[in-house]
Design a protein around this ligand. Structure first.
Ligand code: CA
Length: 235
């Protein structure tokens, strides 16, 4: 990879935009700042960035509208939401609309860079496997084999119920990405599961973690994003 990866930052707060641009520049990314939704879309088309950082509170348009425009395009570029702390429901909405991840203001450079690396890795994986359905997912010493319907931890095979396996499968395919409760419920229990069934998901997740011998205070595989959903940790 010789060419610098380009990141578009759609954020109207100058201080945050400058902070991000400096951090990205120092880490060998090409940063392109946009200060409104309209400018963001126009720079998106002129620079075709590898990733977009998107603030939801923009002066001219709703950040969610920008996200909808981006997701309406044929090329699916990773989008990380820059969110204010008190905007929980907006974050969930953005994730359900196809955002890859989010960072909450104020965030540190290392957190931002980790999220960016993870989203770019995922996007590379998707590009590499375009049209090819992968069968085996490896996360640390956890192996999820979709074809064999088998999960192993080190050398040990772990037995899951049908629904537990579906959850693990979903998390492994999207490793690194936050999956919202509704997203998981819909994929595992179907579109009519309703959002009142978070409890059944929590019970299943507790069983999965017990079988994976997770220490709840220091999860190795599955991280809880409080009030949002779950994320399979990929590094
Ligand atoms: Ca803003």
């Amino acid at each position: 990879m010789n060419e610098k990866q380009t990141i578009l930052i759609i954020e109207d707060e100058r201080s945050i935009s400058n902070f991000i641009c400096r951090a990205l520049g120092a880490n060998d990314y090409k940063a392109i700042p946009a200060f409104s939704g309209k400018e963001g879309m126009s720079l998106f088309f002129s620079h075709s960035p590898d990733l977009v950082l998107l603030d939801l509170g923009l002066p001219d348009t709703d950040g969610l509208d920008v996200l909808a425009q981006l997701r309406g395009l044929p090329r699916e570029v990773p989008v990380i939401i820059i969110s204010a702390r008190d905007r929980e429901s907006e974050k969930v909405k953005a994730l359900d609309m196809g955002a890859d991840d989010y960072v909450v203001k104020p965030f540190g450079v290392s957190e931002l860079l980790a999220r960016i690396r993870s989203a770019l890795r995922r996007s590379d994986r998707i590009k590499l496997s375009q049209g090819i359905q992968r069968d085996v997912y490896q996360i640390k010493d956890l192996t999820v084999d979709l074809a064999k319907h088998q999960v192993t931890l080190g050398d040990e095979e772990i037995h899951f119920t049908q629904n537990e396996f579906k959850i693990i499968e979903l998390l492994a395919i999207h490793a690194g990405k936050v999956l919202t409760y509704d997203f998981i419920l819909e994929h595992v229990w179907g579109p009519y599961s309703g959002s009142g069934s978070n409890q059944i998901l929590r019970v299943n997740m507790a069983n999965i973690r017990r079988k994976l011998k997770e220490d709840p205070s220091k999860p190795r595989y599955i991280h809880t994003e409080l009030g949002i959903g779950y994320r399979m940790l990929d590094d």
